[in-house]
Write a protein that binds this ligand. Structure first.
Ligand code: IPM
Ligand code: MG
Length: 360
């Protein structure tokens, strides 16, 4: 079976981590009898350099014509890169937001899992870690503050900036359903995170989530205010199974959740729409400071590629094999710099990719 995959290497460490993920995917293809036909697309700074804008209509069309998109990372150093001299809507990040919206990728799934082998890298105390934790953040990705009306004006000589946070009940309902669906396949607990003590959008969020919960009697629903959630993630991360939340809260909480696992370099993500189509990218950014040095950790991208096989291509066995290969490599003591601890063997980006590919 041949599958059509769009690949967006992007900026910074993007091209090198995507190269390793492809290596691993191809190894899985050989073993499980499928091939992937890749079309490379430009987005972010790489697209600005060629087309002057971070995402072209042709790129959107090519992405739509594929079964899934595998992405590295986009963006550069905001202080030094010329991309950040451009107006906000022409900067690399605008390309990412535009493709999320254009492909209707409203459901962003970000697993945060503590690998037994990486306990050393976890900044929390042993008694908090216990026997580890395993949660998924279900972040709404095409609404809220990111896509509300935005402007900067001047009133009586005073500059004023306005961002708008709005959600309609349908947007809330569809992401809530996704959250409950995932919970049904896990520990059957949803923590819906909002700021209902202050925001109208959060009060509507809470009411709609309650309604959706009635269709899932087996799932335990709990509501948590976002400030409390930020605290609970470091106080007792074991309590979480699925965290369901709006766009901005999910952006912040997913970085925090990834840090408690020890390395943001380990965390994959999937952005999904109503169909099987999805965009798969690591949860981390483009790390321009270490780009091209063969030191970046490719594991988050490799695991995102595994999610792609599972969710978009129904190649569960191959996805399992990739995840097992990652665990195996960690068990054997191989580490990139970000997850290095005493007594382990330090390897670079390419070697890490080779090691995982060999073990698939
Ligand atoms: C993320 C990133 C993006 C976001 C940026 C790059 C616009 O932080 O995917 O979490 O805020 O969504
Ligand atoms: Mg983020």
């Amino acid at each position: 079976m041949n599958h059509k995959i769009a690949v967006i290497p992007g900026d910074g460490i993007g091209p090198e981590i995507v190269r390793e993920a492809r290596k691993v995917l191809d190894a899985a293809g050989k073993k499980f009898g499928f091939t992937l036909d890749y079309t490379e697309l430009l987005m972010g700074g790489a697209s600005i350099d060629v087309h002057g804008i971070p995402l072209t209509d042709e790129t959107i069309a090519a992405a739509k014509a594929s079964e899934a998109v595998l992405m590295g990372s986009i963006g550069g150093d905001a202080k030094t890169s010329p991309w950040y001299q451009l107006p906000p809507e022409k900067r690399p990040e605008a390309g990412l937001l535009k493709i999320r919206k254009a492909l209707n990728l409203f459901a962003n799934v970000r697993p945060a899992y503590l690998y037994e082998e990486l306990k050393e890298a976890c900044p929390l105390r042993d008694e908090i870690i216990g026997d580890g934790f395993d949660m998924v953040i279900m972040r709404e990705l095409t609404g809220g503050l990111y896509f509300g009306e935005r402007k900067t004006i001047e009133e009586n000589g005073v500059k004023k900036a306005i961002d708008t946070l709005s959600y309609d009940e349908n947007e809330i309902r569809r992401i809530a359903k996704r959250g409950f669906d995932i919970a049904m396949k896990r520990k059957k607990k949803v923590t819906s995170v909002d700021k209902a003590n202050v925001l109208d959008s959060s009060r509507l969020w809470r009411a709609v989530v309650e309604e959706v919960a009635k269709e899932y009697p087996e799932v335990t629903l709990e509501h948590m205010l976002v400030d409390n959630c930020a605290m609970q993630l470091v106080r007792d991360p074991k309590q979480f199974d699925v965290i369901l939340t709006e766009n901005m809260f999910g952006d912040i909480l997913s970085d925090e959740a990834s840090m408690v696992t020890g390395s943001i370099g380990m965390l994959s993500s999937a952005s999904l729409n109503e169909t099987k189509f999805g965009l798969y990218e690591p949860s981390h950014g483009s790390a321009p400071d270490i780009a091209g040095q063969d030191v970046a950790n490719p594991i988050a991208t490799v695991l995102s590629a595994a999610m792609m096989l599972r969710y978009s291509l129904d190649l569960d066995e191959a996805a399992d094999a990739i995840e097992a290969a990652v665990k195996q490599v960690l068990k054997e003591g191989y580490r990139t710099g970000d997850i290095m601890s005493e007594g382990c063997k330090k390897v670079g980006t390419t070697e890490m990719g080779d090691l995982i590919a060999q073990r698939v």
